[in-house]
Design a protein around this ligand. Sequence first.
Ligand code: ZN
Length: 266
Amino acid sequence: MNTAYPRSRPFITLLVLFSITCGLLLFTVDVAVSEQAGVKEYLPDTLDTQWTGHDVLFCQTPGCDRSWLARDVEPDEEGVRTCPTNWRGESCGGELKTMSRGEYMVLPKDTVMLKKQYFHNREPYKTVFTSVVLSGRNRDSIHRPEVCMTGQGNVIEMNKVIEVPLAGREPLQVMVLHMSRKLTETYTRHTYYAYWFVGQDRETPHHLERLMWMTVDRILRNVTHRWAYIAISGERAGDLNNTAHYDEIRDVVSKLYPEITLLGQP
Ligand SMILES: [Zn+2]
């Protein structure tokens, strides 16, 4: 009978045991689930006196999938808003939620998602979309944004972390994805998608750093927080050397941040 083991066998066994131990530590140790988040479940109706925001609602009817500004949809007698018409102009009546049907299907049901479109009061063509995603109890509501963006047909041409100056503290670091999407043979739309992550007492523009903090907090502090993910998106010039959109991001984030943050508060 041949009982010879390949030489690497003990090492592989150790590696497997080590992985199992890490897995057990990560997923079976009874960690305290903190309900406390680093941001409010809230997006303000105005940012300073310059921007006015409107809730964005999404039809849940398969094949319709339209989105509406809440201001454009009349509520019924009970205050419920339903989708007025589908793409073909036919009456729809679908349920409206604060997240798209795709997002609702993929995300845990206790995920909180708020979206607003802000319009500049003096320059009406200027508009930005903002969203807050707050993870629920099982903590997997937040995905790597790059994956969602490319899944929607965008090409990420460049990513860059920029600093947003904030009163009374160090600047906030925000990740900016520079995206493009070819809509027709002759027209390519250039957009940006800026985001950062917030834990109860942590902030980072890097997805991997967030995962690292989640693991460290689980193992060393025995706690798991409700992470949130805040995003701002809008149009940019096609030239990657044109940084005019950074001013827009800094303007919106510096006005939004103090309205929604819970960091540093008891
Ligand atoms: Zn509809």
